[in-house]
Write a protein that binds this ligand. Structure first.
Ligand SMILES: Cc1cc2nc3c(=O)[nH]c(=O)nc-3n(C[C@H](O)[C@H](O)[C@H](O)COP(=O)(O)O)c2cc1C
Length: 267
């Protein structure tokens, strides 16, 4: 694929992967490209765990599902993420950011604005939404052929210090390289993020991966080859829109947004 084509086609995979194992060659390629990323003074503060053992994957899946259920039943999820939910094409077109909740079970659809609010949590719980989503999440993770844990060397990753910020910056670049490479390889990738939002659950993942004292576990991803025809989970979202240039780029000072189309006044 052309480089710019890869950049444009890079996506987060919300749906299931094919059951095929990720080849050793591809696994190596993913970490090789990660290592090509820039880092402060070439410190390469990132470390990775490639997990393809079924027992490990299923345990992470269990922890992920449980975390999801807890975050939803306790309402943390809705409080934290409500600002990013969009429910109509009109809203998406206007804001051009956030995630569009465009697939919901028919029973929930008429109440979508209420239930995706802080106050709608009780209704959500009554309709069994947290349980459904937690099981969807567990299954998605369990059926993934590969997990990738991203860690940082704590001698570099010192939160609050410049080196801590630089390490996170470099890690982001490394992960983006992996993300782009999955696109080229016909693979998909998604954060397994719920455990990191529940401290005890994150501890469980650290124990499972035998993370030593000198490393900080930063993120876990699930990866696999993407099927031709994508099946969507029970509740799903899309986030393909991007802001217009005038919404996020300025010329010379922050007071002058650029024009959306090249050649228009305002540059
Ligand atoms: C720091 C960070 C955290 C994210 N957390 C999650 C997550 O918890 N679950 C998920 O499915 N995607 C997660 N994503 C992916 C974003 O939702 C996604 O990149 C965004 O909606 C744009 O969609 P796209 O990647 O398909 O272009 C995260 C991305 C970043 C950079």
């Amino acid at each position: 694929m052309e480089f710019f084509e890869v950049v444009k086609r890079r996506r987060t995979t919300n749906g299931p992967f094919l059951p095929d194992p990720v080849s050793e060659e591809h696994q190596r390629l993913l970490v090789d490209v990660a290592a090509m990323a820039p880092s402060h003074f070439n410190s390469q503060p990132w470390r990775f765990v490639l997990a393809d053992d079924r027992a490990v994957i299923e345990e992470v899946a269990r922890i992920s599902g449980e975390s999801m259920r807890r975050l939803m039943e306790e309402g943390t999820f809705w409080k934290r993420y409500r600002p990013y939910f969009r429910f109509s094409e009109e809203e998406v077109e206007r804001r051009r950011d956030g995630i569009h909740i465009d697939k919901l079970p028919a029973v929930v659809r008429p109440f979508r604005r209420q239930i995706f609010s802080n106050t709608g949590q009780a209704v959500m719980n009554r309709l069994g939404v947290p349980k459904t989503l937690a099981e969807d999440n567990r299954k998605l993770v369990a059926d993934s052929p590969l997990l990738l844990a991203v860690l940082l060397d704590k001698t570099e990753y010192r939160p609050g210090e410049l080196s801590g910020f630089y390490s996170v910056f470099g890690m982001g670049a490394a992960v983006e390289n992996v993300w782009l490479a999955t696109t080229e390889l016909g693979m998909g990738i998604q954060f397994v993020s719920t455990p990191m939002e529940v401290p005890e659950k994150w501890e469980e993942i650290k124990q499972l991966l035998s993370v030593p004292e000198d490393l900080e576990l930063m993120a876990v991803y699930r990866l696999g080859y993407v099927p031709e025809e994508r099946r969507r989970p029970t509740i799903d979202w899309s986030s393909t829109e991007r802001k217009r240039p005038s919404q996020y780029v300025f010329r010379n000072t922050c007071e002058t947004p650029v024009a959306d189309t090249l050649g228009e006044s305002g540059t």
